[in-house]
Design a protein. Structure first.
Length: 542
């Protein structure tokens, strides 16, 4: 996620939660879903190769070899009903979930996230009609403000084994929820639907820290998930344009409705945006088609976003290893509370505030391009290599922010890169450092004393720290380490020690003290003093 300024702290929104209602009749596309009976362990013959079609042909065999038998699979049939004068928009559907136990222990419970029930989504929400296995209904209890469903399994599920579940759900989409970042909402002004976390998602499992079952993060990204496969059929009015994770592999027209089918390849989530009047421009980088979706009045900005996205993908392909998917989408969405953009697998939302010549409410030069490059970087640092954002957000946010500076360096030169360091890294961090003092970067997201503190340290200080790592070990070792880190941990969840080890291996250097100083200590005033602050203010014209 990228933000130009600390957003207002989230305030409790009026919340209503109706548990276990009877659903209205669902228009489900069940014909697309093969029968899955009982529990069975995945084996070499179980991989559904069709679900890997979004992966570049040259990488399909290697990606399959890395993930075969390890990934849970969601087969979803759902109906999207737009907002009316009398009712909020909604998505009703069924998930045929094959859960693969990736933990080292036998499980008697499975944990499913219902993110739309977070208070910030006001009148939005998610309900579960039923959860069954082998035709038998399972016991489900809710906690954490109804954002976590705990499912009692019919029998202990051994490590590495799989269980087939069916989940019937309904998601209500709020209209302009003021307390949120707008990731899950209908925007009346633009007519766009932002559809993040619209389905029941497995809770995130961290190999070091286990299941993450607390409340969704208040300051940072709310969603932490593991890589899975998604096969999604959406029934909707034919006029809507859908922008999604993955690739569309088929569609069927029936009257005024269309059923579209999408598959994802290995990804951490399946996210959508929808609008009846989206326009699109496309360009190909390597083997990847990049699509920029935007509202009809924003052609110039939509093209600028496409250009920046293409340039960034080319840079990161060289520096981080080749992006493995055939498509990548950027969608104009009216985000809230200061968010400039939000990252998802193979798809990012870019705030509509930065489209259109009459807009651009920022004094930061090139900020729209910075946001785009930052979100593209997340396709590596979050998308390919996962990390526990609740506990170690600096791994993906700080690395993405620093590599956005590298993007400017590669594209426009060192002077342009230094300008971005000043405006997007130092300005926020110095405001914190010389006002309230320093803080430790590597701490749980919601342990930071404020939203401002979290952002200035995770986006600012940690990015400066990665710049110091690069300066200490040199360019060759720095970028060799990043490519090795991706190769070793893509589709998995890495820890800070894994990233540090990659830098140490590539450089043959001990980075204990440098790493401690920047990420595990509050010693910023050893690096910067009043003269540095005065110099920064002069350079940015304050």
């Amino acid at each position: 996620m990228s933000k130009p300024m600390p957003p207002a702290r989230r305030s409790p929104a009026q919340s209503r939660r109706v548990r276990w209602p009877a659903l209205a009749a669902l228009l489900l596309v069940l014909a697309t879903l093969p029968s899955q009976a009982g529990a069975q362990a995945p084996g070499p013959g179980d991989a559904d190769l069709e679900l890997y079609t979004p992966v570049l042909a040259a990488q399909q065999q290697s990606v399959l070899a890395e993930t075969e038998g390890k990934l849970s699979r969601y087969r979803i049939a759902a109906t999207f009903t737009p907002v009316t004068d009398d009712a909020l928009a909604r998505i009703d559907g069924t998930v045929q979930l094959r859960y693969v136990n990736i933990t080292p222990d036998a499980l008697t419970k499975l944990y499913v996230r219902l993110y739309p029930n977070a208070e910030e989504y006001a009148d939005g929400g998610m309900t579960l009609e039923s959860v069954t296995a082998g035709g038998n209904e399972l016991d489900v209890s809710l906690s954490e403000g109804d954002t976590l469903a705990m499912v009692t399994l019919p029998a202990a599920l051994a490590s590495g084994d799989a269980l087939d579940l069916e989940i019937v759900f309904s998601s209500t989409i709020p209209t302009d929820p003021k307390a949120s970042y707008g990731m899950y909402s209908y925007d009346e002004r633009s007519g766009s639907y932002a559809l993040a976390h619209w389905i029941p998602l497995l809770a995130g499992y961290d190999p070091v820290n286990g299941w993450q079952l607390g409340p969704p993060s208040e300051f940072g990204d709310p969603v932490f998930t593991n890589t899975a496969l998604f096969d999604v059929s959406i029934n909707s009015p034919a006029a809507f344009v859908f922008v999604t994770t993955g690739s569309e592999v088929g569609s069927t027209q029936h009257g005024s409705l269309t059923t579209r089918r999408f598959v994802s390849g290995p990804t951490r989530d399946f996210v959508m945006a929808a609008d009846a009047d989206f326009r699109v421009e496309s360009i190909t980088v390597g083997g990847t088609v990049i699509n920029s979706y935007f509202n009809p009045d924003d052609v110039v900005s939509g093209h600028a976003v496409l250009t920046a996205g293409a340039q960034a993908l080319e840079v990161y392909n060289r520096l981080g290893g080749e992006y493995p998917y055939e498509e990548f989408d950027l969608a104009e969405i009216d985000l809230g509370n200061g968010a400039g953009g939000v990252e998802f697998p193979q798809l990012v939302f870019i705030s509509g505030d930065y489209y259109g010549t009459e807009n651009a409410p920022t004094l930061i030069p090139g900020f729209l391009e910075f946001v785009v490059a930052h979100e593209v970087a997340h396709q590596w640092w979050y998308g390919l290599v996962g990390n526990n954002q609740y506990l170690h957000a600096f791994i993906d946010e700080g690395l993405a922010n620093y590599l956005t500076v590298v993007y400017f360096e590669e594209t426009y030169g060192e002077e342009a890169a230094q300008q971005q360091i000043n405006f997007n890294l130092k300005a926020a961090y110095f405001a914190r450092l010389f006002d309230d003092g320093d803080e430790i970067v590597d701490q749980p997201t919601d342990d930071f004393p404020s939203q401002r503190s979290y952002e200035s340290l995770v986006y600012g200080k940690s990015a400066l720290g990665f710049g110091e790592v690069r300066a200490a070990i040199g360019d060759d070792a720095f970028f060799d380490a990043l490519r090795a880190y991706v190769a070793q941990f893509r589709f998995e969840v890495a820890a800070p020690s894994d990233l540090k080890a990659a830098f140490e291996t590539a450089s043959d250097m001990d980075l204990d003290e440098l790493w401690r100083h920047w990420f595990e200590a509050a010693e910023g005033k050893q690096d910067y003093d009043a003269a540095d602050l005065a110099r920064l203010l002069r350079d940015i014209g304050r």
